[in-house]
Design a protein around this ligand. Structure first.
Ligand SMILES: O=C(O)c1ccccc1NCC(=O)[C@H](O)[C@H](O)COP(=O)(O)O
Length: 255
């Protein structure tokens, strides 16, 4: 399934490039100021709350709210930053970044499968403060190149790993924000013990975020007590009975 998603993404990027070549919007791009990583570092604990309406594994997750409404709930209830899906498999689109930006002061992570430098310029043009780089779908050369392109645009990168091999690869790059993904991208199953398993191999130089499969405050507390800096949560928030309350519980989880 991941291969299918990436194949579709390549086609989509080729189409975008022909419809809107980089030199057509290059001049409109303003440099970011790394406010995503700054916001995470200055807080003792960070909640990156995800505006997630659907997923490839589970289909529709939330039909009661739009991305903007979710962003407003998260902002009002103490999230540190927002994650906004722009890929079609999550019912996302690039315009969501601009729309969400209009209703929040929080920094925004563009959640997508970044496999071409073109998308990094596009992300900044759309107003993103950070992008996700998935080690599983990028070579070392691509990772280094994309980290460099993002840095020149003032964009942060959350670099996602799932295995020890990926973690060791990423720790040889300039990545500072590293996300341990608890979702196995081959089976789509989640298990937060993946974060605990990789923790002993993490360098003290990186800022660690645990991603996916975090269901409640208890999970958040366990991760915090283990020394994780923050969490990225989608389903655990959008499927909660009271999204605002769950946001507060996960955001205020100060041990
Ligand atoms: O969420 C999925 O089903 C998924 C499937 C295939 C590739 C990536 C996937 N998710 C990646 C995400 O961005 C998640 O939404 C994010 O890590 C939050 O996960 P969760 O808290 O478990 O919703």
């Amino acid at each position: 399934m991941l291969n299918e998603i990436i194949t579709k993404k390549r086609r989509e990027i080729a189409m975008q490039k022909s419809k809107r070549p980089l030199d057509q919007f290059d001049k409109e791009i303003t440099r970011g100021d790394f406010r995503f990583s700054k916001g995470i570092k200055k807080n003792p604990w960070a909640l990156i709350a995800e505006c997630k309406l659907a997923s490839p594994a589970k289909g529709e997750l939330c039909n009661a709210y739009t991305e903007c409404e979710l962003a407003q709930i998260y902002t009002a209830n103490g999230a540190t930053a927002l994650s906004v899906h722009t890929d079609q498999h999550f019912k996302g689109k690039l315009e969501n970044i601009k729309m969400v930006k209009a209703v929040t002061h929080l920094p925004i992570l563009r959640k997508d499968f970044i496999i071409d430098a073109y998308q990094i310029y596009e992300s900044r043009w759309a107003g993103a403060d950070a992008i996700l780089l998935i080690a599983a779908v990028l070579s070392d050369e691509e990772l280094n190149e994309y980290l460099e392109v993002a840095a020149t645009l003032g964009l942060d990168c959350l670099v996602e790993v799932h295995t020890l091999e990926e973690l060791l690869r990423v720790q040889r790059t300039s990545a500072v924000l590293v996300g341990i993904n608890n979702r196995d991208l081959k089976t789509f199953t989640t298990d937060i013990s993946n974060t605990f398993a990789l923790l002993p191999y993490c360098s003290s130089k990186i800022v660690l975020i645990s991603e996916s499969g975090i269901k409640n405050q208890e999970d958040a507390k366990r991760l915090q007590e283990a020394g994780i800096k923050g969490i990225l949560v989608g389903e655990g928030l959008v499927c909660a009975h009271d999204i605002g309350r769950m946001t507060q519980e996960m955001a205020l989880c100060q041990g």
